[in-house]
Design a binder for this molecule. Structure first.
Ligand SMILES: Nc1ncnc2c1ncn2[C@@H]1O[C@H](COP(=O)(O)OP(=O)(O)O)[C@@H](O)[C@H]1O
Ligand SMILES: [Mg+2]
Length: 292
């Protein structure tokens, strides 16, 4: 079945992944969570409105069409899993949403909450077109609005867990305390350890703490469990889900693991640079319910 739905109120409900029963996640604080289906009273706020997004890479005289006209809305506070085979365009889409890459054609409108207006932008403006932003605006956007988590943790080896976070919070406008961010990922006891003294899963949780410590509106994660065994991956996903529940940060997680899709509010599947399916999970699974 192919479905090119872009509006949360027009989506078919259905549990993505294997369909296994799960106990669900208590206390989901996400405004745009799975409860907001057809007929929901308060429509969640659109944070990203993506239209006709196209990205063509020209390498050695060959044109690679990474994105072929993506239409998509992302809602305030929701937890989205972006699924797709290798090469389907997941990272390209995430990088454009995060202001790390720019589109060949199409538009990405970003509408921050009033408290998160871009510093350089005129007061009256409420939406920002990332596809026509200046380098300065994109830098400002990345610095103050987006937290990134990548497959490899990119921690500074000579700094402790807490110091790795301080590097970011010192230039942030409304940061959390590094200790608070480490507590959110259950690493209070390890704050004075260096990356080499931490396991892969612990390093990734430091990276998550670093990403959320600046209080970003958006958390973008590219295969955050890709380098981890399943048990460790589940602990990392629990940290992401807790951050989403506690802070209400709109969260997008890339994976090619269909099982992981069960922890999302919505699952967006990419095939060959296009959205092939969008589904809403009636119940969000807790990562501890998953097995792979
Ligand atoms: N910087 C780049 N230069 C050339 N081709 C690229 C570049 N980035 C991605 N691609 C190509 O675009 C397509 C989509 O890549 P990507 O978004 O990384 O997919 P995914 O993350 O789903 O594996 C692939 O064919 C990839 O080789
Ligand atoms: Mg990728």
């Amino acid at each position: 079945m192919t479905q090119q739905a872009t509006d949360i109120n027009s989506l078919n409900k259905g549990v993505a992944g294997s369909g296994a029963a799960c106990s669900g996640v208590a206390g989901s604080g996400a405004a745009g969570s799975g409860a907001a289906g057809p007929g929901a009273a308060d429509k969640p706020r659109v944070v990203f409105d993506v239209q006709g997004l196209t990205r063509v890479y020209q390498t050695g005289g060959v044109a690679v069409h990474a994105l072929r006209g993506v239409d998509l809305k992302l809602y305030d506070g929701e937890f989205v899993v972006l699924l797709g085979a290798s090469g389907s365009g997941k990272s390209t889409l995430l990088n454009i949403l995060g202001g790390l890459d720019t589109a060949t054609a199409g538009q990405v409108l970003y509408t921050p909450a009033a408290s998160r207006k871009l510093q350089q932008a005129p007061q009256a403006e409420s939406s920002y077109d990332l596809t026509h932003a200046t380098e300065k605006q994109l830098t400002d956007y990345r610095r103050h609005h987006v937290g990134f988590v990548f497959q490899f943790y990119n921690l500074i080896p000579s700094l402790t867990a807490r110091e790795n976070i301080t590097v970011v919070t010192e230039i942030a406008l409304q940061p959390m305390q590094p200790e608070e961010a480490l507590a959110l990922v259950n690493l209070t006891e390890r704050q004075d350890h260096f990356p080499a003294q931490l396991s892969g899963g612990e390093q990734q949780r430091v990276a998550i703490a670093r990403a959320v410590a600046k209080n970003p509106a958006v958390l973008l994660c590219d295969e955050p469990t890709g380098a981890l065994d399943s048990k460790t991956g589940i602990v990392v996903l629990e940290a992401l889900q807790r951050a989403n529940n506690t802070l209400g940060t709109t969260t997008v997680v890339i994976t090619h693991n269909v099982t992981i899709a069960q922890i999302a509010d919505r699952v967006i599947q990419l095939v060959d640079g296009k959205i092939s399916r969008v589904s809403v999970n009636e119940t969000r699974c807790s990562p501890s319910d998953l097995h792979w």
